[in-house]
Design a protein around this ligand. Structure first.
Ligand SMILES: [Zn+2]
Length: 301
């Protein structure tokens, strides 16, 4: 079962839990908070824990409206990574809620879809037959993780605050952490957020392309298909759009989990450097030079 994967995720990570009393949930190894097991999310804390098979109910308890950790978990860490993980524990505590109900196992984080063989089969059909419906084709010039992220954006399947709230995860707020103005839906993060707008404006100026404002993520991800006469640039533009989405989401997670201050300039620099590295080493027949690339990425086409 460990070897079976589903759009880049191991099968056992597709099965997640809507937390009830936490008695049937392995704190570290099951997916019950966020989209991966906590042993992956918090490797430092996991490595220090003596009880790697502890259940959620033996680790957390509900005190009135607050979820708190029980005394048996020693969070004394000194490394930077460890401290940032402890901050994320605080965030988890602000989201998690232990109730008297039984835990519910769900498939692929879809609310209401309980884990069953039928649900798995339906998803398998979706993965095999669904590819052609996507405007964003897979691009081998960027890593699989970037392709998967973009696929999830197009499917509205990223754990933004609005999506988490839809899954009945209790959050202090559903407002976007980047602009602090609107609700954090998937399309807000990548299209209508002022922060994303700042990033895209600079990326488009760098590419010397000037699309109109996009109404949705689907418009944005399909845009390069509508530009006439760009030939091989089309794949390059697509790759740059994908890397930009990945960089925005990475910055968003830094803001949420590490309390960093969002920086447009830093994200744009990341887009330029990562797209350069990935395309240079992953495309067989394009020789690109950093000094030219950083001025205008379409110069070779
Ligand atoms: Zn925003």
């Amino acid at each position: 079962m460990d070897k079976i994967s589903f759009d880049g995720k191991r099968l056992d990570q597709m099965i997640s839990c809507q937390l009830g009393d936490g008695k049937s949930v392995n704190f570290w190894k099951d997916v019950w908070f966020g989209s991966s097991p906590l042993c992956v999310r918090w490797p430092v804390l996991f490595s220090m824990d003596r009880d790697k098979n502890i259940t959620v109910s033996n680790r957390l308890k509900q005190v009135g409206m607050s979820t708190v950790i029980k005394d048996n978990w020693n969070l004394g860490v000194t490394s930077v990574e460890g401290i940032s993980e402890v901050q994320d524990v605080e965030y988890m505590l602000s989201c998690a809620h232990i109730s008297d109900n039984s835990d519910i196992w769900v498939w692929d984080q879809k609310p209401g879809v309980r884990f069953s063989v039928a649900a798995v089969k339906t998803s398998l059909r979706g993965v095999r037959g669904g590819q052609s419906a996507l405007r964003m084709r897979w691009v081998n010039w960027v890593p699989i993780k970037v392709n998967v992220l973009v696929w999830r954006i197009e499917q509205d399947r990223l754990p933004t605050r609005v999506e988490l709230a839809k899954r009945r995860i209790v959050l202090p707020s559903t407002i976007c952490p980047m602009c602090g103005i609107e609700e954090e839906s998937v399309s807000h993060v990548f299209v209508s957020c002022g922060f994303a707008f700042g990033v895209w404006s600079k990326v488009w100026r760098w590419c010397r392309l000037f699309p109109d404002d996009f109404g949705s993520t689907v418009d944005m991800l399909g845009w390069q298909n509508l530009v006439p006469n760009i030939g091989r640039d089309r794949k390059l533009v697509r790759a740059i759009i994908m890397v930009t989405c990945w960089s925005i989401w990475k910055e968003r997670n830094k803001v949420v989990f590490q309390n960093s201050v969002p920086q447009v300039v830093g994200v744009v620099a990341l887009v330029k450097s990562m797209s350069y590295l990935w395309i240079k080493y992953r495309s067989n027949n394009i020789r690109i030079d950093w000094n030219d690339w950083v001025k205008y990425p379409l110069y070779k086409m």
